[in-house]
Design a protein. Sequence first.
Length: 268
Amino acid sequence: MGETLVGDPVAGRFLSHGPAANGKLLVDGDRVAAWYLPLAEIGPADWLLLESLLIPAERARAARFHFERDRLVYIAAHALVRGLLSFCTGHPARDWRFAVEAHGKPELSVPAGAPRLRVNLSHTRGLAAAALTIDHDIGVDVEWLARTVETATLAMRVLSEAERRVLAAAPPAERVETFLTFWTLKEAYVKAIGKGLSQPLEAFSFDLDRLTIRFDDEAGDDAAHWRFDARRPSADHRMALAVRHPDPSRLDVDVGPAPLAYLRGLAV
Ligand SMILES: CC(C)(COP(=O)(O)OP(=O)(O)OC[C@H]1O[C@@H](n2cnc3c(N)ncnc32)[C@H](O)[C@@H]1OP(=O)(O)O)[C@@H](O)C(=O)NCCC(=O)NCCS
Protein backbone atom coordinates (compact mmCIF):
# COMPACT_ATOMS: atom_id res chain seq x y z
CA MET A 1 0.00 0.00 0.00
CA GLY A 2 1.08 3.56 -0.55
CA GLU A 3 3.39 2.58 -3.42
CA THR A 4 2.70 4.29 -6.70
CA LEU A 5 3.05 3.57 -10.36
CA VAL A 6 6.63 3.17 -11.50
CA GLY A 7 7.73 5.05 -14.61
CA ASP A 8 7.34 8.47 -16.07
CA PRO A 9 3.66 9.25 -16.15
CA VAL A 10 3.66 12.61 -17.87
CA ALA A 11 -0.03 13.48 -17.98
CA GLY A 12 -0.22 14.24 -21.71
CA ARG A 13 1.57 11.05 -22.75
CA PHE A 14 0.32 8.74 -20.09
CA LEU A 15 -2.53 7.19 -22.00
CA SER A 16 -1.33 7.48 -25.55
CA HIS A 17 1.69 5.25 -25.71
CA GLY A 18 0.01 1.93 -25.02
CA PRO A 19 0.81 -0.90 -27.41
CA ALA A 20 -2.64 -0.77 -28.96
CA ALA A 21 -3.18 2.96 -28.71
CA ASN A 22 -1.72 3.83 -32.08
CA GLY A 23 -1.55 7.47 -31.17
CA LYS A 24 -5.11 7.83 -29.88
CA LEU A 25 -6.33 7.69 -26.31
CA LEU A 26 -7.84 4.32 -25.46
CA VAL A 27 -9.41 5.61 -22.30
CA ASP A 28 -10.21 9.10 -21.05
CA GLY A 29 -12.84 10.84 -18.95
CA ASP A 30 -15.47 10.18 -21.64
CA ARG A 31 -14.47 6.60 -22.31
CA VAL A 32 -14.90 3.33 -20.53
CA ALA A 33 -13.08 0.12 -21.44
CA ALA A 34 -14.30 -3.19 -20.02
CA TRP A 35 -13.14 -6.74 -20.65
CA TYR A 36 -14.60 -10.09 -19.70
CA LEU A 37 -12.77 -13.41 -19.76
CA PRO A 38 -14.55 -16.80 -19.71
CA LEU A 39 -12.30 -19.22 -17.84
CA ALA A 40 -13.19 -22.00 -20.29
CA GLU A 41 -11.09 -20.17 -22.87
CA ILE A 42 -7.94 -20.23 -20.72
CA GLY A 43 -5.69 -23.17 -21.65
CA PRO A 44 -3.62 -25.12 -19.05
CA ALA A 45 -0.40 -23.42 -20.22
CA ASP A 46 -1.95 -19.96 -19.82
CA TRP A 47 -2.42 -20.12 -16.07
CA LEU A 48 1.22 -19.63 -15.15
CA LEU A 49 1.44 -16.76 -17.63
CA LEU A 50 -1.61 -15.05 -16.13
CA GLU A 51 -0.37 -15.62 -12.59
CA SER A 52 2.96 -14.04 -13.53
CA LEU A 53 1.12 -10.73 -14.15
CA LEU A 54 0.17 -10.54 -10.45
CA ILE A 55 2.28 -8.88 -7.78
CA PRO A 56 3.64 -11.09 -4.96
CA ALA A 57 0.89 -10.07 -2.48
CA GLU A 58 -1.79 -11.13 -4.97
CA ARG A 59 -0.02 -14.42 -5.69
CA ALA A 60 0.16 -15.08 -1.97
CA ARG A 61 -3.55 -14.35 -1.60
CA ALA A 62 -4.34 -16.64 -4.56
CA ALA A 63 -2.37 -19.43 -2.89
CA ARG A 64 -4.54 -19.16 0.26
CA PHE A 65 -7.84 -20.07 -1.43
CA HIS A 66 -9.17 -23.42 -0.30
CA PHE A 67 -10.88 -24.28 -3.59
CA GLU A 68 -8.94 -24.43 -6.85
CA ARG A 69 -11.80 -22.76 -8.76
CA ASP A 70 -11.71 -19.74 -6.41
CA ARG A 71 -7.95 -19.50 -6.84
CA LEU A 72 -8.17 -19.61 -10.63
CA VAL A 73 -10.91 -17.01 -10.97
CA TYR A 74 -9.04 -14.69 -8.61
CA ILE A 75 -5.91 -15.04 -10.76
CA ALA A 76 -7.91 -14.44 -13.95
CA ALA A 77 -9.63 -11.32 -12.60
CA HIS A 78 -6.47 -9.72 -11.24
CA ALA A 79 -4.46 -10.56 -14.39
CA LEU A 80 -7.34 -9.08 -16.39
CA VAL A 81 -7.38 -5.75 -14.57
CA ARG A 82 -3.60 -5.45 -14.83
CA GLY A 83 -3.73 -6.42 -18.52
CA LEU A 84 -6.45 -3.84 -19.22
CA LEU A 85 -4.38 -1.15 -17.51
CA SER A 86 -1.34 -2.07 -19.61
CA PHE A 87 -3.39 -2.20 -22.78
CA CYS A 88 -4.77 1.29 -22.24
CA THR A 89 -1.65 2.97 -20.88
CA GLY A 90 1.39 0.99 -22.01
CA HIS A 91 2.67 0.63 -18.44
CA PRO A 92 3.81 -2.83 -17.29
CA ALA A 93 1.09 -4.97 -15.71
CA ARG A 94 2.96 -5.51 -12.44
CA ASP A 95 3.63 -1.80 -11.82
CA TRP A 96 0.16 -0.98 -10.52
CA ARG A 97 -0.58 -0.69 -6.81
CA PHE A 98 -3.93 -0.37 -5.07
CA ALA A 99 -5.04 1.20 -1.81
CA VAL A 100 -8.21 -0.04 -0.10
CA GLU A 101 -10.94 2.54 0.69
CA ALA A 102 -13.21 2.63 3.75
CA HIS A 103 -15.76 0.03 2.54
CA GLY A 104 -13.16 -2.20 0.93
CA LYS A 105 -13.08 -0.75 -2.59
CA PRO A 106 -9.57 -1.03 -4.04
CA GLU A 107 -8.53 2.21 -5.78
CA LEU A 108 -5.44 2.60 -7.92
CA SER A 109 -2.60 4.62 -6.47
CA VAL A 110 -1.53 6.99 -9.24
CA PRO A 111 1.22 9.61 -8.99
CA ALA A 112 0.28 13.24 -8.39
CA GLY A 113 -0.42 14.96 -11.71
CA ALA A 114 -1.22 11.74 -13.59
CA PRO A 115 -4.77 11.04 -14.80
CA ARG A 116 -6.87 9.48 -12.05
CA LEU A 117 -7.44 6.01 -13.43
CA ARG A 118 -10.39 4.18 -11.89
CA VAL A 119 -10.93 0.43 -12.14
CA ASN A 120 -13.16 -2.25 -10.74
CA LEU A 121 -13.20 -6.03 -11.12
CA SER A 122 -15.60 -8.88 -10.57
CA HIS A 123 -15.35 -12.66 -10.53
CA THR A 124 -17.87 -15.46 -10.45
CA ARG A 125 -17.88 -19.16 -11.32
CA GLY A 126 -16.28 -19.39 -14.77
CA LEU A 127 -15.92 -15.67 -15.59
CA ALA A 128 -13.82 -12.64 -14.66
CA ALA A 129 -14.39 -9.01 -15.69
CA ALA A 130 -12.64 -5.67 -15.30
CA ALA A 131 -13.58 -2.08 -16.18
CA LEU A 132 -11.52 1.09 -16.47
CA THR A 133 -12.11 4.80 -16.92
CA ILE A 134 -10.66 8.11 -15.73
CA ASP A 135 -11.95 10.18 -12.82
CA HIS A 136 -15.48 8.73 -12.65
CA ASP A 137 -16.92 6.20 -10.23
CA ILE A 138 -17.10 2.81 -11.94
CA GLY A 139 -18.38 -0.61 -10.89
CA VAL A 140 -18.71 -3.98 -12.59
CA ASP A 141 -20.45 -7.17 -11.52
CA VAL A 142 -20.72 -10.65 -13.04
CA GLU A 143 -22.82 -13.61 -11.94
CA TRP A 144 -23.08 -17.25 -12.95
CA LEU A 145 -26.58 -18.02 -14.27
CA ALA A 146 -26.57 -21.65 -13.20
CA ARG A 147 -26.22 -20.79 -9.51
CA THR A 148 -29.01 -21.87 -7.21
CA VAL A 149 -30.96 -18.74 -6.39
CA GLU A 150 -33.99 -18.63 -4.18
CA THR A 151 -35.31 -15.71 -6.19
CA ALA A 152 -38.51 -15.22 -4.17
CA THR A 153 -36.70 -15.07 -0.81
CA LEU A 154 -33.79 -12.96 -2.04
CA ALA A 155 -36.11 -10.60 -3.93
CA MET A 156 -37.78 -9.65 -0.64
CA ARG A 157 -34.38 -8.62 0.73
CA VAL A 158 -32.73 -6.90 -2.19
CA LEU A 159 -35.30 -5.78 -4.79
CA SER A 160 -37.58 -2.76 -4.64
CA GLU A 161 -41.33 -3.22 -4.90
CA ALA A 162 -41.35 -2.19 -8.59
CA GLU A 163 -38.53 -4.66 -9.34
CA ARG A 164 -40.36 -7.44 -7.51
CA ARG A 165 -43.41 -6.84 -9.73
CA VAL A 166 -41.25 -7.19 -12.87
CA LEU A 167 -39.70 -10.38 -11.48
CA ALA A 168 -43.11 -11.87 -10.63
CA ALA A 169 -44.36 -11.14 -14.17
CA ALA A 170 -41.37 -12.86 -15.82
CA PRO A 171 -41.98 -16.36 -17.26
CA PRO A 172 -40.75 -18.95 -14.72
CA ALA A 173 -37.95 -20.07 -17.08
CA GLU A 174 -36.60 -16.50 -17.14
CA ARG A 175 -36.91 -15.69 -13.48
CA VAL A 176 -33.36 -16.50 -12.39
CA GLU A 177 -31.89 -14.48 -15.24
CA THR A 178 -34.25 -11.55 -14.58
CA PHE A 179 -33.29 -11.62 -10.91
CA LEU A 180 -29.58 -11.78 -11.73
CA THR A 181 -29.95 -8.92 -14.22
CA PHE A 182 -31.34 -6.75 -11.41
CA TRP A 183 -28.75 -8.12 -9.02
CA THR A 184 -25.72 -7.43 -11.25
CA LEU A 185 -26.97 -3.89 -11.93
CA LYS A 186 -27.44 -3.25 -8.21
CA GLU A 187 -24.04 -4.68 -7.36
CA ALA A 188 -22.38 -2.69 -10.16
CA TYR A 189 -23.96 0.48 -8.72
CA VAL A 190 -22.97 -0.20 -5.09
CA LYS A 191 -19.48 -1.16 -6.24
CA ALA A 192 -19.21 2.06 -8.27
CA ILE A 193 -20.09 4.20 -5.25
CA GLY A 194 -17.70 2.01 -3.23
CA LYS A 195 -20.16 1.22 -0.46
CA GLY A 196 -20.71 -2.47 -1.22
CA LEU A 197 -23.54 -4.04 0.71
CA SER A 198 -23.54 -1.28 3.35
CA GLN A 199 -25.84 0.49 0.84
CA PRO A 200 -29.48 -0.72 1.18
CA LEU A 201 -30.29 -2.43 -2.12
CA GLU A 202 -34.07 -2.05 -2.01
CA ALA A 203 -33.83 1.77 -1.81
CA PHE A 204 -33.24 2.15 -5.54
CA SER A 205 -34.80 0.56 -8.62
CA PHE A 206 -33.79 -0.31 -12.13
CA ASP A 207 -35.88 -0.08 -15.25
CA LEU A 208 -34.56 -2.98 -17.32
CA ASP A 209 -35.93 -1.68 -20.64
CA ARG A 210 -34.33 1.75 -20.43
CA LEU A 211 -31.40 0.73 -18.17
CA THR A 212 -32.06 3.64 -15.84
CA ILE A 213 -31.96 3.92 -12.06
CA ARG A 214 -34.46 5.59 -9.71
CA PHE A 215 -33.73 6.46 -6.08
CA ASP A 216 -36.37 6.44 -3.34
CA ASP A 217 -34.54 9.36 -1.78
CA GLU A 218 -33.62 11.59 -4.69
CA ALA A 219 -31.51 13.80 -2.44
CA GLY A 220 -29.08 10.89 -2.02
CA ASP A 221 -27.95 10.61 -5.64
CA ASP A 222 -28.86 11.90 -9.10
CA ALA A 223 -30.19 9.28 -11.54
CA ALA A 224 -29.36 11.53 -14.51
CA HIS A 225 -25.65 11.12 -13.82
CA TRP A 226 -25.55 7.36 -14.28
CA ARG A 227 -24.92 5.16 -17.28
CA PHE A 228 -25.45 1.39 -17.18
CA ASP A 229 -24.66 -1.53 -19.42
CA ALA A 230 -26.21 -4.98 -18.95
CA ARG A 231 -25.39 -8.00 -21.05
CA ARG A 232 -24.78 -11.75 -21.28
CA PRO A 233 -21.02 -12.06 -21.83
CA SER A 234 -21.41 -15.85 -22.22
CA ALA A 235 -24.28 -18.33 -22.34
CA ASP A 236 -23.79 -18.91 -18.60
CA HIS A 237 -23.26 -15.40 -17.24
CA ARG A 238 -24.77 -11.95 -16.70
CA MET A 239 -22.65 -8.82 -16.49
CA ALA A 240 -23.46 -5.22 -15.55
CA LEU A 241 -21.46 -2.02 -15.57
CA ALA A 242 -22.23 1.27 -13.78
CA VAL A 243 -20.49 4.60 -14.43
CA ARG A 244 -21.19 7.98 -12.87
CA HIS A 245 -20.63 10.85 -15.29
CA PRO A 246 -21.69 14.52 -15.38
CA ASP A 247 -23.15 13.96 -18.88
CA PRO A 248 -23.61 10.23 -19.55
CA SER A 249 -24.64 10.94 -23.17
CA ARG A 250 -20.98 11.83 -23.83
CA LEU A 251 -19.74 8.46 -22.62
CA ASP A 252 -18.30 5.98 -25.06
CA VAL A 253 -18.56 2.54 -23.44
CA ASP A 254 -16.55 -0.27 -24.99
CA VAL A 255 -17.26 -3.71 -23.51
CA GLY A 256 -15.79 -6.83 -25.10
CA PRO A 257 -13.99 -10.14 -24.64
CA ALA A 258 -10.45 -9.85 -23.30
CA PRO A 259 -7.74 -10.44 -25.92
CA LEU A 260 -6.12 -13.51 -24.41
CA ALA A 261 -3.23 -13.43 -26.91
CA TYR A 262 -2.38 -9.90 -25.68
CA LEU A 263 -2.43 -11.05 -22.04
CA ARG A 264 -0.16 -14.00 -22.92
CA GLY A 265 2.21 -11.56 -24.60
CA LEU A 266 2.45 -9.43 -21.47
CA ALA A 267 3.81 -12.36 -19.51
CA VAL A 268 6.92 -12.86 -21.63
C1 LIG B 1 -17.55 -7.05 -2.08
C2 LIG B 1 -18.85 -6.71 -2.79
C3 LIG B 1 -18.77 -5.27 -3.12
C4 LIG B 1 -19.00 -7.48 -4.10
O1 LIG B 1 -18.89 -8.79 -3.87
P1 LIG B 1 -19.16 -9.94 -4.92
O2 LIG B 1 -20.26 -9.60 -5.87
O3 LIG B 1 -19.27 -11.16 -4.14
O4 LIG B 1 -17.77 -10.02 -5.68
P2 LIG B 1 -17.24 -9.47 -7.06
O5 LIG B 1 -16.42 -10.56 -7.62
O6 LIG B 1 -18.27 -8.84 -7.93
O7 LIG B 1 -16.29 -8.26 -6.60
C5 LIG B 1 -15.24 -8.49 -5.75
C6 LIG B 1 -14.16 -7.46 -6.07
O8 LIG B 1 -14.69 -6.14 -5.95
C7 LIG B 1 -13.70 -5.31 -5.36
N1 LIG B 1 -14.32 -4.75 -4.14
C8 LIG B 1 -14.23 -5.15 -2.85
N2 LIG B 1 -14.95 -4.32 -2.06
C9 LIG B 1 -15.50 -3.39 -2.88
C10 LIG B 1 -16.34 -2.26 -2.65
N3 LIG B 1 -16.76 -1.90 -1.45
N4 LIG B 1 -16.71 -1.52 -3.72
C11 LIG B 1 -16.29 -1.84 -4.96
N5 LIG B 1 -15.50 -2.90 -5.23
C12 LIG B 1 -15.11 -3.67 -4.20
C13 LIG B 1 -12.47 -6.16 -5.09
O9 LIG B 1 -11.56 -5.97 -6.16
C14 LIG B 1 -13.02 -7.55 -5.09
O10 LIG B 1 -12.17 -8.52 -5.62
P3 LIG B 1 -10.90 -9.10 -4.82
O11 LIG B 1 -11.35 -9.37 -3.44
O12 LIG B 1 -10.50 -10.31 -5.60
O13 LIG B 1 -9.87 -7.99 -4.91
C15 LIG B 1 -20.04 -6.84 -1.87
O14 LIG B 1 -21.12 -6.20 -2.48
C16 LIG B 1 -20.46 -8.20 -1.45
O15 LIG B 1 -19.94 -8.76 -0.51
N6 LIG B 1 -21.43 -8.79 -2.10
C17 LIG B 1 -22.02 -10.05 -1.69
C18 LIG B 1 -22.53 -10.76 -2.85
C19 LIG B 1 -23.73 -11.62 -2.52
O16 LIG B 1 -24.22 -11.72 -1.41
N7 LIG B 1 -24.24 -12.23 -3.56
C20 LIG B 1 -25.44 -12.98 -3.52
C21 LIG B 1 -26.18 -12.65 -4.82
S1 LIG B 1 -27.57 -13.60 -5.16
